[in-house]
Every structure is written in structure tokens, then in C-alpha cells.
Write a protein that binds this ligand. Structure first.
Ligand code: NAD
Ligand code: UGA
Length: 473
């Protein structure tokens, strides 16, 4: 079969209605009203929530997302569990499924588990019709396109009547949660890796509807796959670097905010991703670096592997460092002490808790006998329950809906997510609810120190050598 020079795309199917598939397809639908987009998923509850009339019940919280869903859903954006039918209709298929770290077998604990990607490739192979462009949207190890291609090619050999043809492109997603819509509408760049210029052009045509030409980067397919892993590794490395220096600031009387500003104004370093916090979380940094570590080991580069592995190791160390510090300041024991945990999401403006530093820190505090009042404006109790596994032995935490209730009888308040409302807390009012001597631990640096110190509460904030010394004297 001869493949047409350029394909006009009328019908897209996206497999995977998660944090990437949902928002990405919503923005494409909004910008390209002539394209019909079907987002499909195995998860029935997720699809039901995407179709919920009550837009506060969408499965993902992202500023600006519900407005787009309201505009496009039912017109050119559809969510369903009908995977096969929608694959059949599609000219272009985005694979946007999860690629978590393998938990068993070769590469367990490091390599990406590609079983969901492989399942998608097989579904596409057996259901697609005519020529189909398959786009890797998930973050994948270098050379995964080869695996996808061989599955698609094999389907042609199974059936000589089957005249289907395929192109495989890599189009990794760089959106960050909490700012996904803005990142998709105005990205720094869009990356497209592929072999055949005609297929690359078909995808470029879509992005050109709202993205300037100079922001659309074209590379070979392996560079595109590797660039995504490398971008996440570099970003996580910056966070680990600044967090490691925060510990030194606390020991020496330096202030991490001043150090960040001083180095960030060097245009070679740049000011972004230099905010010290409780350690990076999110579904991807750790998994993508571990994947990179695995690839380096696989390709015989143990020194490179160990360099990147340290970024993950120090992140864990940093989270435990904060837990230990809280325990130490509260006289070395948390037995029966109440602690207000402010924020459970891995960052603000999302309901996602995957790999959140709050999970590790809460577990450490619970292990020391603390009783936790957990507040988060967007994370559900059900999710916290999954993360902390409430059980008969582990029932010393509760989710509080009203922020003010979190402080009642608390010996300490610990800010773990930078939700704006936590920077506006009136500590004069809070101090009367807490037990003396009370502590405020600000792991996100969002509180103005004097607003706490003047109430008589003790105050610690990340990387602040001076305040730490002042409070102790
Ligand atoms: P997610 O877990 O939120 O969503 C994945 C969805 O795919 C799930 O709803 C799951 O049910 C569905 N799924 C799995 N196999 C399927 C199949 N065979 N058929 C139909 N549906 C199937 O994951 P996510 O956060 O959206 O991430 C997806 C990919 O994008 C990952 O590779 C991730 O590394 C990458 N990524 C994520 C982000 C982010 O901010 N979360 C950003 C950039 C890239
Ligand atoms: C990150 C990348 O920023 C995206 O480009 C990428 O697409 C995405 O991973 C992915 O592949 O999943 P995300 O994890 O959503 O996005 O959020 P980030 O804003 O990168 O934050 C990650 C973690 O680092 C959070 O816990 C955040 O609080 C922490 N962080 C970030 C800091 O502690 N300090 C900073 O200065 C920046």
C-alpha cells in the first residue's frame, strides 16, 4: 500500500485518560475544533468522572481544565471505555498510559514497566484500519518505539489480507501538574521525534494551530525519547542540589533563599527550580531517573548510573532529615503528641499525591507515635487512606476538612505543600488552639517568619540558618 504524502487528521484516539491524556486532549480539542477526539481508558470510574455533569467531580484537578471540558465535551471531545471502536476510527493514536517502575523480574525497582504500553500496541495492531500514526505520549525508555513498531509490523504478517500501515512518532509531554493547561497552551517547546517527514508533518500541523513554528522541535526518534528522561533528570537534580545546600545553610547560618537568589541571577544557572522544599515528589521524577539509571547500567555505563542514582538517594535522605528534625525539636518523642499536617499533595494546585514527600514524612511521624490531623484542600480522605494504609495498628491520623480544626491541641504544625491559603494563616489566632511550647515547621518557606515568632510559637523553616538559631536562643 502506498502511504499518502501527508495525512489530514480528522479523528484522534488517546489511550489513557490520566493526568496527561485528559488535559492534553482537552487542549488539542479546544484548539482544533475540526478534529474529533476520543479519550479512552480501561478504568470505568475514571471515565464516569470525566463525563460527570458536576465539573468539580472531574478525576483530575487542574486550574482551567473544567472550563475547557465544559466548552468541548460532547462536541469534539469524548471520554469512553470503548477502546476498540475508537481505535478503528482513528487516523492518529496517542499512547498515554502509565509507565511505572517495574516491581518484579529483570530491572525490578528501576526499569519502566512497559506492559501497559505493550498492551496498547497490541490493541492498535488488531483494531486499526488503513494507515495509522501512533504517537508515544507516555514517557518511555530509549528505543521503545522499536518495540511498538515490531508489534505493529507483526500484526501485518499474521494476516496477509491486513493491509494496514503505521508510523510511530515520539512526542513526549513536558507539562507539570498544577500548571498543565498553561503549559499545554504556551509550552517552551513541543518535541517530535520520528523517521518519516510526512508523519512528523501531520502532527506538526495540529500543534501549529496554536504554537509558533520555532517552538516545534523535530529530532530523530531516539533523541526525543531520551530528551524527555534527561529533562526530568536535570530538573530533579536541581531540586536535590538546592535541598542538599539547605541542610548546610541550617548548619552555618546561611539562608537558602538568599543563596538561591544569588546563584539564580547567574544567567548560566537561571532562577527556576531552585526552591528548597521537603523533597521532590510526583509520579515521574523518581521513576524517570531510575529508568535512566537502569538504561545506563544496561548499556555498560555504571559510573553514569551511580551519578544519577544519587539524585534519588539524597531526596529520600532529605525527607527523613525533616522528619528527624521535627522529632528532635519535640524533645525526641512524638508519643501521643498531635501534629497538624498542612498539605498532602506533592505540590500545590493538584490533587495528586504520588511520591509526595508528605507520605514519607507522615509515615515517619506516625512511626514515632504521633497523632496527625491532616489537611489538604484537594486531596480526598480516600486517597490519604491509600497512601498511609489506615489499619487497626495505624489509625492515629484523621483528615480534617476545616483548616482551623487541624490546630486544635497540636504541639506542632508542619507545612508540606505550598497551598496559598497556608501563607495567609493568622498565627495570632492559631496559637490559642495549639499546646505550648508549640512549633511551626515550614518546609515550603511560605510563611513570613515574624508572623509566627511574634506569637511566641517556635519557628523552623527550610534552609534558614538564622531563624533556626534565633528561635533556639
Ligand atoms: P495515569 O496513571 O494518571 O493515567 C494512565 C491511564 O492509562 C490510567 O487511567 C489507566 O487506566 C490507563 N490505561 C493503562 N493501560 C491502558 C490500556 N491498555 N487501555 C486503556 N487505558 C489504559 O498516568 P499519567 O500521570 O497520565 O502518566 C501517563 C504517562 O505520561 C506516563 O508515562 C508518565 O511518565 C507521563 N507523563 C506524566 C506527567 C504527569 O504530570 N503526570 C507529565 C509528563 C509525562
Ligand atoms: C515534572 C516536570 O516539571 C514536567 O516538565 C514533566 O513533564 C513532569 O514532571 C513529568 O514528566 O511528569 P511535575 O512532577 O508535575 O512536573 O511537577 P514539578 O513542578 O516539576 O515538581 C516536582 C516536584 O519538585 C514537586 O514535589 C515540587 O514541589 C518539587 N520542586 C519543584 C521543588 O521542591 N522545588 C522547586 O524549585 C521545584
Amino acid at each position: 500500500m502506498t502511504i499518502k504524502d501527508k495525512f489530514e487528521i480528522y479523528n484522534i484516539c488517546c489511550i489513557g485518560a490520566g493526568y496527561v491524556g485528559g488535559p492534553t486532549m482537552a487542549v488539542i480539542a479546544d484548539k482544533c475544533p475540526n478534529i474529533q477526539i476520543n479519550v479512552v481508558d480501561l478504568n470505568e470510574e475514571r471515565i464516569k468522572n470525566w463525563n460527570n455533569d458536576d465539573l468539580t467531580k472531574l478525576p483530575i484537578y487542574e486550574p482551567g481544565l473544567s472550563e475547557i471540558i465544559e466548552r468541548c465535551r460532547g462536541k469534539n471531545l469524548h471520554f469512553s471505555n470503548e477502546i476498540e471502536n475508537n481505535i478503528k476510527k482513528a487516523d492518529m493514536i496517542f499512547i498515554s498510559v502509565n509507565t511505572p517502575t517495574k516491581t518484579s523480574g529483570i530491572g525490578a525497582g528501576k526499569a519502566s514497566d512497559l506492559k501497559w504500553v505493550e498492551a496498547c500496541a497490541r490493541q492498535v495492531a488488531s483494531n486499526s484500519k488503513g494507515h495509522t500514526i501512533v504517537v508515544e505520549k507516555s514517557t518511555l525508555p530509549v528505543r521503545t518505539a522499536e518495540v511498538i513498531k515490531s508489534i505493529l509490523e507483526a500484526s501485518k504478517n499474521d494476516d496477509i489480507q491486513n493491509k494496514n500501515t503505521f508510523d510511530v512518532l515520539s512526542n513526549p509531554e513536558f507539562l507539570a501538574e498544577g500548571s498543565a493547561i498553561n503549559d499545554l497552551e504556551d509550552p517552551d517547546r513541543v518535541l517530535i521525534g520520528g523517521e518519516r517527514e510526512e508523519a512528523i508533518e501531520s502532527l506538526c500541523e495540529i500543534y501549529r494551530k496554536w504554537i509558533p513554528e520555532q517552538k516545534i522541535l523535530k529530532t530523530n526518534i531516539w533523541s526525543s525519547e531520551l530528551a524527555k528522561l534527561t529533562a526530568n533528570a536535570f530538573l530533579a537534580q536541581r531540586v536535590s542540589s538546592i535541598n542538599s545546600i539547605s541542610a548546610l545553610c541550617e548548619a552555618t547560618g546561611a539562608d537558602i533563599r538568599e543563596v538561591s537568589r544569588a546563584i539564580g541571577t547567574d544567567s548560566r544557572i537561571g532562577s527556576k527550580f531552585l526552591e528548597s522544599g521537603p523533597g521532590f515528589g510526583g509520579s515521574c521524577f523518581k521513576k524517570d531517573i531510575l529508568n535512566l539509571v537502569y538504561l545506563c547500567e544496561y548499556f555498560g555505563l555504571p559510573e553514569v548510573a551511580s551519578f544519577w542514582n544519587e539524585v534519588v538517594k539524597i531526596n529520600k535522605w532529605h525527607q527523613h532529615r525533616i522528619s528527624k528534625l521535627i522529632i528532635k525539636k519535640l524533645f525526641g518523642t512524638l508519643s501521643g503528641k498531635k501534629i497538624a499536617i498542612l498539605g498532602f499533595a506533592f505540590k500545590s494546585n493538584t490533587n495528586d499525591t504520588r511520591e509526595s514527600a508528605a507520605i514519607q514524612i507522615c509515615k515517619d511521624l506516625l512511626n514515632e507515635g504521633a497523632i496527625l490531623n491532616i489537611h489538604d484542600p484537594k486531596v480526598s480522605e480516600k486517597q490519604i487512606n491509600l497512601d498511609l494504609s489506615k489499619s487497626d495498628e495505624n489509625n492515629r491520623w484523621c483528615k480534617v476538612s476545616l483548616l482551623n480544626d487541624a490546630f486544635i491541641g497540636a504541639d506542632a504544625s508542619v507545612i508540606l505543600t505550598e497551598w496559598a491559603e497556608y501563607s495567609e494563616i493568622d498565627w495570632e489566632q492559631v496559637v490559642n488552639k495549639m499546646r505550648r511550647p508549640g512549633w511551626v515547621f515550614d518546609a515550603r518557606s511560605i510563611v513570613e517568619p515574624n508572623s509566627v515568632i511574634k506569637t511566641g510559637l517556635n519557628f523552623w523553616r527550610i534552609g534558614d540558618g538564622l531563624t533556626v538559631c534565633k528561635t533556639l536562643t
